[in-house]
Design a protein around this ligand. Structure first.
Ligand code: FAD
Length: 114
């Protein structure tokens, strides 16, 4: 880290570093892995049965739909699902939401060009 800050010129070579902090957190990042669905699907089913919508980067553990925009939409779509039964596209169709432009997405997934 010390060299990285200097190499990228975020700090100069003369800047005195007075403290550093580093912590490795086990299982601290929602990386995809083989059999993820088999492991996670029953857990999320149990949570849903208790009216818990586990969403967002760590909540849904779906790295492929866990940037800020995805995470935000997971929340929006969870609320829409609760209120009007709308499908949760970001959570359930990562390949579709990542492949489409906004206009295409609206047409092909929501059946409208409005
Ligand atoms: C280094 C880095 C760079 C990134 N760059 C980008 C980028 O350029 N563009 C982009 O779109 N996304 C980026 N992301 C991803 C982005 O940060 C996440 O997609 C987004 O923050 C996920 O939002 P979230 O609400 O799901 O989770 P978070 O933002 O992680 O929010 C979860 C919150 O829950 C709190 N929490 C956890 N456990 C508990 C508990 N038991 N009780 C109470 N509170 C709890 C946490 O403290 C945290 O505040 C980056 C992430 C990292 C780490």
């Amino acid at each position: 880290m010390k060299l990285g800050l200097r190499n990228t010129k975020l700090i100069s070579a003369e800047t005195k570093i007075i403290s550093r902090w580093h912590k490795r957190i086990e299982y601290g990042y929602p990386t995809p892995f083989l059999n993820r669905e088999e492991l996670c699907t029953p857990l999320f089913k149990l949570l849903r049965e208790r009216s818990i919508y586990s969403r967002g980067r760590f909540g849904a553990w779906k790295y492929e739909v866990s940037n800020q925009d995805h995470s935000f939409m997971q929340g929006v779509e969870a609320v829409d699902n609760i209120l009007i039964g709308a499908p949760e596209l970001t959570l359930n169709l990562p390949g579709v939401v990542n492949a489409c432009s906004a206009a295409t997405f609206t047409m092909c997934c929501l059946g409208s060009d409005k």
